[in-house]
Every structure is written in C-alpha cells, then in structure tokens.
Design a protein around this ligand. Sequence first.
Ligand code: FAD
Length: 406
Amino acid sequence: MATEDIDTLIIGGGQAGLAMSAHLREQGKPHLVIERHRIAERWRSERWDSLVANGPAWHDRFPALDFDDIAPDAFAPRDRIVQYFETFAAQIDAPIRCGVEVTELVQDGGGFVARTGDGAIRARNVVVATGPFQKPLMPVMVPEDQGVTQLHSNAYRNPAQLPPGAVLVVGAGSSGAQIADELQRSGRKVYLSVGPHDRPPRAYRGHDFVWWLGVLGLWDATAREPGKEHVTISVSGSRGGHTVDFRDLAAGGITLLGRAHGFDGGKMRFQDDLARNIAEGDANYLSVLDTADAYAEAMALDLPPEPQARHFGPTPDCVTNPILELDLKAAGISTILWATGFALDFGWIKADAFDDKGRPRHDRGVATVPGLYFIGLPWLSRRASPFIWGAWHDAARLAQHIAARG
Ligand SMILES: Cc1cc2nc3c(=O)[nH]c(=O)nc-3n(C[C@H](O)[C@H](O)[C@H](O)COP(=O)(O)OP(=O)(O)OC[C@H]3O[C@@H](n4cnc5c(N)ncnc54)[C@H](O)[C@@H]3O)c2cc1C
C-alpha cells in the first residue's frame, strides 16, 4: 500500500481533534484528522442516554459556535452535543476521515508514520487527540462467578439495560452520583459507595459554578491542590441542573456506603469513612461559598445574598450508622456499576515520549519529542484542558506552535 504524506496528522475526531483542525486551518497548515469510528464517538457510544452537559450551554461550547436552540443557562443533552460537533465539523469543513484507526505510531526520520488499516500516513507533526478518558478503570474486586453483572459507567445506557434487582454503584463522582440518582428514580433499590469528593454548588448568588470558576481564576489552575489528586468532583446538569448533596440522595431512598475496599465470602466490605467523606465534601462546598462571598465583597459585586445555601438537611441514618459489610445476595444486588474513572492508554505510540507510568512527557501539550503534541488531557495546561472550551484554547496555542515549526 502507498504511504500518504501530510504536514500534520490529528489522531481522534472528538472535540479536541476538531478544535485542533479549526486552529490549524486558521494557521494555513495542511492537516488530516483520522477518527476510528465517527465524529464525537465517545459522546455517542460511551455515555449514558440521559446524560446532559455538566456545564450550561453558554459555557460548554466552542467560542465559534453557539447552541442556538438551547437557552444559555440550560444543559445540552448528549445527542445535541453530538449534533453540535457534527455541525461544527461541517462549518469548518474539517478534513476528517472516519472509520480509520491508527494502530501504531512510530518515529520516522524527523517525523512520524501512522499505521492504519487503510495504509500508512507519514506526517511531520502529529497531534494525539484520543481523549482524556481512554480506558475504563474497573477494580478486580468481585470474582466473575458471583452471579452479579458488573459494568463500567462508560457501558451504562439506561436503567432498563440492567437485570432486575438492586444496584451497587461504586464511585460518587459526577457519573456515579448521576447514574445512582437515575436508577433510584426508575424504581431500583440503589446502594452508592461514596469516596472522597468535591461537590461544588451548581449555582450561587445567581451565577453557575462554572462562572465562579472563571471569575475566581480557577479554570487557570495548573495543577490540583496537593492532597486532592485522587479526589473526584461531583456536579450535575441533570433535571435542569442541581447541586449534588448526598443527603438528598439518601432521603430519596439511596443507601450510602463508604469506600469499597474488598470482597470476601459473598460480602462486599466498605471503609468506615463515609461520615468523613461527606464532611469533607461539605467543607469543599462551603469553601466555594466563602471564596465567592469574599470575591463579591472585594469587587463590590451587587449579587443577591443566599444564606439558605449554607443550610444542610439532617444527616441520614446510613451515614450515622454506616454499613461496613454488605451481603450482595441478601441485599438482592444483581448489578455492580463501577463509576471508578479512566486511565490513559498510549501503548500504540512507539516514541520516547512517556514516563515509566506511561504518562506523556510534555510541556502544556508540546511533547519532548519534536513534532509530537497532545491535546485534551486532564491538566494538560490547566484545569480547563479536558473540557470543551478548554480544549479550544489549548488548540489555539498548539496550532501556533506547529505553525512556528515552519
Ligand atoms: C460522563 C462524562 C461526561 C462529560 N461531560 C462533559 C461536559 O458536560 N462538558 C465538558 O466540557 N466535558 C465533559 N466531559 C469531559 C470531556 O469533554 C469528554 O471526555 C470529551 O469526550 C473529551 O473530548 P476529546 O476530543 O478530548 O476526546 P474523546 O471524546 O475521547 O475523542 C477522542 C476520539 O479519538 C478516537 N480515537 C481514539 N483512539 C484512536 C485511534 N488510535 N485512531 C483513531 N481514532 C482514535 C475516539 O474514537 C474518539 O472519537 C465528560 C466526560 C465524561 C466521561
């Protein structure tokens, strides 16, 4: 098969790949986007049916295209997000080739060769845009022979997909909290294992949390606060957007549990850390209110005070008297849904560009190997990097870098 030549190859046709294409076009750089499935594939086939954006439509978008049919403060549904990226690809006439997977990327002279089922592509520059959430992480805790269905949140679609019975959701970040809520509302008995988390207010004093992150400069943070590296964040745009409060989930009938840490003789074990995790989540919530209040005062902003935001409901019994061991059969649990996050997987890139844990070595997306770039990764340049508008701004900077290579 002949080898094709292109100046810059973008691997991945999600939001980050499309943002990159838009900015390379602006720089007049010839390029090609290769996508193994379809545009925005992960929003189509690795997200649940009822998912809506975690941020409002005025925010979770590219500056170059509005959601013209959605109120700015509303949260775009998953299918509308897919359509948004398709529209955007057409708007910029993105040179995208779908249904082609890059199976290997190797260094070749001063550039790279990408191997695909369709032949090889030689490129001087390569931008890896294969996503912040590539490989589902599912702890090997419960043996397969326990007669319990186990799936990762990226394979969850809707309550009807699961066998009848109660569900244990492990992980209470945005995915776990939203899925547990949906399952409970569909009539399921739900157990939710809650680890350390941040749970910022959806909105405060008339402004959404993402607005506060902007004015407080927190989207620009370049690294997680020390000690918070493994703390997940729980936010939700569902049901019009609301603050995640685990007390509300418990009041609705969900049984909260501490962090899952083992399985033996049909019983799942949980750490005695639920009350602490809830208290630390509350402290995080209150610290956002405090920071926002201090900013509003310092800037003399005329925002309506919201003292009721500081009142919490009663502590549920499952927090006061935590269950430390749960017999899955006796509890009628037929499904364990692991909302336990994702890992990176760059095993297909054969270049000296990774540390001993397989993490790319880069400076804000510019890899240590000249001509190689990464985009869309968590904390690539700052907190905003894996999100829709954050990837847009990283793409602008990386396109300038590529153009400067001549
Ligand atoms: C449940 C969930 C909800 C989220 N909600 C929001 C939100 O509301 N707002 C927000 O801003 N962010 C959200 N995010 C974070 C982030 O925006 C998404 O993860 C988004 O999909 C990342 O876009 P991306 O283009 O960087 O990567 P991806 O969407 O993962 O796109 C990568 C693309 O690369 C393709 N690909 C991978 N490997 C290859 C290969 N070897 N060859 C060819 N193609 C390949 C994949 O098929 C895929 O289409 C959410 C994430 C999750 C998990």
